[in-house]
Design a protein around this ligand. Structure first.
Ligand code: A5P
Length: 246
């Protein structure tokens, strides 16, 4: 018999399936909840032949999706991502997230921020009024000591993530991660300020989520963000018009 947390993950993943329609390009998240969604999606693809294209956010999710028979594409074949389904570590009341405890934050953000709809799967225990917790920050190994010194001014307990035998944890992109416990009062501002430090490649602060599916042991409730974020491609086209580019 599955425990409550597993049931909650399963129910959230199940609730994401109706958002997937034939021919869509689907971003596949990383982590234990996203894994459940990938298996459910693959089973539906086998049953219904939806002709989905999938873009993975980590080597793990790519391997899992390939094993399950989903068709994988890269950004070269996916000019627009219809929907991304991923987990999160913390979700605040204003639909901001902390992600990256699994170490895949950089590719996760590359995919999520380029999607038309970003769906997040969590259990009740991850909901908070304000964003607070470990902020993972992916950094270039060359600059890691400098970035750690700088980030330590914001978070005294910031430290380099380690793996086996105390060696630095290495991401799929060959980088390090600094884990910085913080209370984030202004997520958008902190996201931008951290990105301003040379050597910081990405932060686990996500300032967009369109739908949060909150699983529990008997079902799932849906939180909808009324503020619709625009995919980056549209934002860039508007910017180009304003700046009179091209
Ligand atoms: C991976 O880098 C993370 O962002 C995960 O999406 C997040 O840690 C949630 O993972 P679980 O679904 O395993 O809790």
């Amino acid at each position: 018999m599955a425990n409550t947390s597993e049931l909650a993950k399963h129910n959230a993943a199940l609730a994401a399936l109706p958002y997937i329609r034939p021919g869509m390009t689907v971003g596949l998240g990383t982590g234990s909840t996203a894994n459940i969604f990938v298996d459910l999606l693959a089973a539906r693809e086998r049953r219904e032949h939806l002709g989905l294209k999938c873009i993975a956010t980590s080597e793990n999710s790519e391997k899992q999706a390939a094993r399950a028979g989903l068709r994988l594409v890269s950004f070269a074949d996916a000019p627009m991502i219809d929907v991304v389904v991923d987990g999160a570590d913390i979700v605040s009341a204003d639909f901001c997230l902390l992600k990256g405890l699994g170490g895949a934050l950089l590719r996760e953000k590359c995919v999520a921020y380029r999607s038309k709809k970003f769906i997040v799967l969590v259990g009740e225990e991850k909901l908070r009024r304000k964003l607070e917790g470990i902020v993972p920050i992916e950094v270039l190994p060359f600059a890691a000591p400098a970035v750690l010194r700088e980030i330590s001014k914001l978070s005294k307990r910031a430290k380099l993530r380690t793996a086996a035998a105390g060696r630095p944890f290495i991401t799929d992109n060959g980088n390090y991660i600094i884990d910085a416990p913080m209370r984030v009062s202004n997520p958008a501002k902190l996201e931008a300020e951290l990105k301003y430090l040379p050597g910081v490649l990405e932060t686990g602060i996500f300032t967009r989520a369109d739908i949060v599916l909150v699983g529990n042991k008997t079902g799932c409730r849906t939180l909808k963000n009324k503020k619709q974020a625009r995919p980056l491609l549209l934002t860039c086209s508007c910017l180009a018009k304003q700046l009179d580019c091209f």
